[in-house]
Design a protein around this ligand. Structure first.
Ligand code: ADP
Ligand code: AMP
Length: 220
């Protein structure tokens, strides 16, 4: 059966870091809506320019734009065995749309991980985050530094600080998360899909917890 996983958690919780590691481990693609928007922006598409009006303010891109993009991505052949959603869904309407899309494929969500972390730690993570230009590989100046300063370990491309990782935008993104996305945790909990993960462990320990939760789920 195909495996569809969702990562919920505030910006900076480690969703992208873990989604990439699980994607590698499980051999299914990571679908990060943030990365998809940033790629559109880099290619200067109309969608990218429209999305950036919201991203730069720390607001959510409208649901119809986001859902259309995800629907498109999920129709690709590499998603036949499942996918790992990182940063999607972020609203109740996106969660409904995801159910519908999976339903059309005859699939359901396997598990939803909610990554818990304190606001203080989030700020430390977001201000030190650096991302590579070419493929969005994620580093941290202090917690996960690249071997060579300013260059990606995997593809050598330049590391940069995201515009929306500035402190004032970060605070707005955390506020938007609490208001619009955090309620999805109880929604998925009621459906028996939620797995809470302690995001303040080391990167390796978080991955272990995720793999253990998946193994426990298979035994049930
Ligand atoms: P999100 O996708 O949830 O916004 P990221 O995966 O980009 O978060 O992680 C935010 C920052 O924190 C990055 O700089 C990343 O290297 C760092 N990071 C991720 N997980 C951990 C961890 N368990 N411990 C310390 N730093 C981490
Ligand atoms: P992220 O890379 O997940 O931190 O997302 C960066 C920004 O992209 C967010 O602050 C939003 O502006 C936008 N974004 C990403 N995913 C979504 C989504 N599912 N719905 C709406 N906006 C999104």
């Amino acid at each position: 059966m195909a495996t569809y996983l969702v990562f919920l958690g505030p910006p900076g919780a480690g969703k992208g870091t873990q989604a990439k590691r699980l994607a590698h481990e499980l051999q299914i693609p990571q679908i990060s809506t943030g990365d998809l928007f940033r790629e559109h922006l880099r290619q200067e598409t109309a969608l990218g320019k429209r999305a950036n009006e919201y991203i730069k303010k720390g607001e959510l891109v409208p649901d119809e734009v986001t859902v259309g993009m995800v629907r498109d991505r999920l129709s690709a052949a590499d998603c036949a065995d499942g996918a790992i959603f990182d940063g999607f869904p972020r609203t109740a309407s996106q969660a409904r749309a995801l159910d519908e899309i999976l339903d059309e494929k005859g699939a359901t969500l396997t598990a939803v991980f909610c990554v818990d972390i304190s606001e203080e730690e989030l700020l430390r993570r977001l201000t030190g985050r650096r991302v590579c230009r070419e493929n969005g590989h994620i580093f941290h100046l202090e917690f996960n530094p690249p071997e060579e300063a300013g260059a990606c370990d995997y593809d050598g491309s330049e590391l940069y600080q995201r515009d929306d990782d500035k402190e004032e935008t970060v605070r707005e993104r955390i506020r938007v998360y609490q208001e619009q996305t955090a309620p999805l945790c109880s929604h998925y909990d009621k459906r028996g899909k939620l797995v809470e993960i302690d995001g303040e462990q080391s990167i390796e320990a978080v991955t272990e917890s995720l793999l253990q939760a998946l193994a426990d789920g298979q035994d049930e």
